[in-house]
Design a protein around this ligand. Structure first.
Ligand code: ZN
Length: 566
């Protein structure tokens, strides 16, 4: 978001401006150099033009066919999908990316939890799952807290780069922390706080539990409020009462609290009243720098009983080796799974997932074909990853990030394709988490070729950047892009497509009607794929290492990773 860039530039004025300008200039000259360079593949333009709508249609039709039965992880459709991707990558001469295998096994653990002893705090009446939900990520039949002290930790954020620590001087070992969702920047709209209205990772609910665990808390309760969460209680209720998939925990896994909970805002008000406090007053205090956690003087008990089932899927990994810097990789990623089947539903019961994400896989194959068709291969390697079990919590990409097939410090950047733009050609290109990394400058250079400008996603406060596979790598420090489509249609004809298909996309997200249709805005998908191809291509021919912008969440991690490399 512009606001963020302004803030960032303001914070570290001369230094950052210098790098920023130097980067843009070198990026531009690089581009010019390429177009005049006799060593550039003579067929680059032909390959770029040849990204094929017919091929996209063919791939999507097959990958979203009923035969795939919704591509549920560990199902027959999941295996058929992997076979199809590998067959095509192989035929393009793209080699296995995980040693001598195209597959990287991903073990999955399904946990079915139910509340066996209702949540108890003072004499407040809790009703599962209508005003609270509770789960565990631990493979333990019984998990419980008993008379665990409640501490209100505000936004529950420990962020050195924003000079913010809600846990400062606090010992929450064995306690239950109560946490607000989103971040103080969002809550106040103050652009000087965090990233203003744009949600940072510190605002995501996943972060809240992670930080609580790092701090040694036994359990964590997130307060649900519709606006800062960006969805209603029904999403929590549905999402938290179904089977939860996880990667099996190992000695390397990050810590988790015993019990993760959400409570709704009415129960929160009651809880604060019991503690002799006014929730809105305490919330306002939590939005100020120097906030001090509040001991609520109340105790919580709850017990969860779980059953487990183990299964497995695979990431698909394939690499086109570079000509010089073979150990440096540009990664293209697209998830291979979808929601499978639901026998309790009317209709054909199959979540075909044509848009989400047969389209992304088709894009992956077309970009792979483009690179394979260049008559001079890039100097850096290009790796294609089909990520498993994205819909279950980006599990395949998390596994890949924990067990990468190359050092993370050797990944130059990543482009994720989760549902291609099928709503027609655009004058702009929408960037999720706009203002995060210098990869956006490379993207902007590639977008110039299409006369398109970068624009922030329409709802930066919703934190979409944190909701798909690229984020599994970003949180480890690897710069990663999630972009696509735009908000300004190229012409009235494309605007008509945007209106018609846009309504369908919104209606059919994660529904049975996400099916292949001939009338999609195919030229939008093609143009976006050309953009992804060119962005990766620019990176693959130069020797730059685009970083996160100074002051953003993952910059310190990347700096540390790269300096320990030297
Ligand atoms: Zn998806």
């Amino acid at each position: 978001m512009l606001q963020l860039i302004k803030q960032v530039v303001g914070n570290v004025k001369s230094l950052l401006s210098y790098f920023f300008i130097a980067f843009v200039i070198s990026g531009c000259s690089e581009q010019k150099q390429q177009s005049n360079n006799i060593s550039e593949p003579s067929n680059f333009q032909a390959v770029y033009d040849d990204i094929s709508i017919d091929n996209l249609k063919k791939h999507i039709k097959y990958l979203s066919s009923d035969e795939m039965a919704g591509r549920e992880p560990a199902s027959k459709g999941d295996r058929l999908t992997a076979d199809y991707l590998i067959k095509h990558l192989k035929s393009l001469g793209i080699k296995p990316g995980n040693g001598d295998s195209y597959l990287q096994k991903v073990d999955l653990l399904a946990i079915n939890s139910s509340v066996s002893q209702n949540l108890k705090i003072a004499d407040i009446e809790f009703d599962f799952p209508n005003n609270y939900v509770a789960n565990t990520r631990q493979k333990e039949t019984i998990r419980s807290i008993e008379n665990s002290e409640l501490v209100f930790v505000g936004y529950g954020i420990s962020a050195p780069e924003y000079n913010w620590d809600d846990y400062a001087g606090l010992d929450v070992a064995g306690k239950t922390v109560v946490i607000l969702v989103n971040d103080p920047g969002y809550a106040t709209g103050n652009p000087e706080l965090f990233a203003g209205k744009t949600m940072t990772y510190y605002g995501r609910w996943t972060y809240k539990y992670e930080e609580a665990a790092r701090q040694g808390a036994k359990a964590a309760i997130i307060i649900h409020e519709t606006e800062p969460a960006s969805y209603g209680w029904s999403v929590i209720k549905n999402g938290w009462t179904s089977t939860q998939y996880h990667l099996p925990r190992t000695s390397n896994s990050s810590p988790v609290v015993d019990v993760e909970m959400w409570i709704n805002v009415e129960k929160t008000q009651e809880l604060f009243n019991k503690a002799g406090l006014d929730f809105s007053v305490e919330k306002a205090k939590a939005q100020l720098a120097g906030f001090k956690a509040v001991d609520l003087g109340l105790k919580a008990s709850v017990e969860i009983t779980s059953t487990f089932k183990q299964s497995g899927s695979n990431n698909i990994v394939a690499t086109l080796k570079g000509t010089e810097a073979t150990d440096e990789h540009i990664i293209y990623m697209a998830h291979v799974d979808h929601l499978g089947q639901d026998k309790t539903l009317e209709g054909d019961q199959i979540y075909n997932g044509a848009h989400d994400n047969a389209s992304g896989m088709a894009g992956l194959l077309e970009i792979a074909r483009a690179y394979a068709s260049l008559n001079k291969k890039p100097r850096r390697s290009i790796t294609f990853v089909g990520a498993a079990a994205e819909e279950q919590g980006t599990l395949g990409s998390k596994y890949f990030a924990d067990n990468p097939t190359m050092p993370l410090s050797k990944i130059v950047g990543l482009i994720n394709m989760d549902s291609l733009n099928i709503v027609g050609r655009k004058k702009d290109i929408s960037v999720k988490g706009h203002g995060k990394s210098e990869l956006e400058e490379v993207l902007a250079t590639a977008a110039e070729k299409q006369n398109r400008k970068l624009t922030p996603e329409p709802h930066p406060e919703r934190g979409y950047y944190y909701r798909s596979d690229h984020f599994s790598l970003a949180i480890k420090g690897v710069p990663a892009l999630s972009v696509g489509g735009g908000s300004i249609s190229l012409n009235p004809e494309e605007a008509e497509i945007a209106e018609r298909i846009g309504a369908r996309v919104a209606k059919c997200y994660h529904q049975l009607c996400d099916e292949y249709a001939e009338d999609w805005g195919w030229h939008g998908a093609k143009e976006d794929l050309q953009l992804y191809f060119n962005t990766g291509y620019i990176l693959s021919t130069n020797n730059q290492w685009p970083n996160w912008y100074e002051g953003t969440e993952f910059r310190l991690l990347r700096d540390k990773m790269m300096s320990s490399e030297k």
